[in-house]
Ligand binder design. Structure first.
Ligand code: ATP
Ligand code: MG
Length: 257
């Protein structure tokens, strides 16, 4: 019998109130180390707010967040990041004037202010790790291209690579396939699957073809509350989820079908 590993992150009854509007109500969620969790739900369900709350950008009105056995609920964002949670930067997350490889090196610098990244020599271990990530994100042949010149999908992969370079134990990816076509979307799913084990990943997305390709455990958020949890197949078979989300998501996004 396999022992169930202790969760890396526990959200306990988290409520977020924006001046009387409840963006999250009593949300409890456990994430397993090295494992994938997919968060779906209609626009305005509270998915991004959930990420903001984990990373310390939004404060819960009540409830508790525990990361690696320590309460992080009211810590500043930088401290939460230092402890090992990284959120994919909002666009533009890449440093546009630097090359792909330089972006990975800067993101991977340990315990240094960003400006010192340019004035101190990169330790060989960090260069080697950046090489590994460059291969993992499939941009070896784009290594010396200025980030501003990358195609949309390539920029997204570089951003994921930058999050990976921080070596955080928990990665939060908010809509990594936004604006991507079907081929790039499938490639992003494979990239995310390759991160598991070393990192736990919480990924938010609207694209059901992407969710199917990831084929992980799904949490459905609706009006700030957890509506359902289960495998992709269980979620697909859930009448309530179909009524509030899947029916509409698939009607609204024929391009991704
Ligand atoms: N800082 C804020 N102040 C007030 N209301 C906010 C704030 N941030 C988000 N909201 C509201 O909270 C609700 C949840 O927003 P959130 O961005 O978390 O949704 P989402 O599930 O990420 O949606 P989408 O799929 O469109 O990205 C929305 O109604 C939004 O308008
Ligand atoms: Mg959002």
């Amino acid at each position: 019998m396999n022992a169930i590993p202790a969760p890396i992150l526990m959200m306990e009854n988290v409520t977020v109130d924006f001046d009387g509007f409840k963006a999250l109500t009593d949300v409890s969620l456990n994430l397993t180390p090295g494992d994938l969790r997919i968060l779906i739900g209609p626009n305005g369900a509270g998915k991004s707010t959930l990420c903001d709350t984990i990373i310390g950008r939004v404060r819960p009105t009540s409830g508790k967040i525990i990361f690696k056995d320590q309460v992080i609920t009211n810590l500043p964002e930088q401290e939460i990041v230092r402890r090992g949670i990284c959120r994919k930067f909002q666009t533009p997350g890449v440093l546009p004037t630097l090359t792909v490889f330089e972006n990975l090196l800067v993101a991977g610098r340990k315990n240094r202010a960003w400006y010192r990244s340019f004035t101190t020599k990169t330790p060989p271990a960090e260069t080697a790790r950046a090489e590994e990530i460059l291969t993992q994100i499939g941009l070896e042949d784009r290594r010396n291209i200025i980030a501003a010149d990358l195609a949309h999908g390539e920029k997204q992969w570089l951003e994921i690579g930058m999050v990976v370079a921080t070596d955080a134990d928990l990665l939060l990816l908010d809509e990594p396939t936004a604006g991507m076509g079907p081929t790039d979307t499938q490639r992003t799913a494979q990239l995310i699957l390759s991160l598991l084990g070393r990192h736990a990943v919480l990924v938010i997305d609207h694209d059901m073809s992407f969710v199917e390709a990831l084929n992980g455990y799904v949490t459905v958020l609706h009006q700030g509350q957890i509506l359902a949890e289960g495998t992709v197949a269980e979620i697909r078979a859930d009448a309530q989820v179909t009524a509030v989300y899947l029916g509409r998501a698939e009607d609204a996004e024929p391009a991704h079908a």
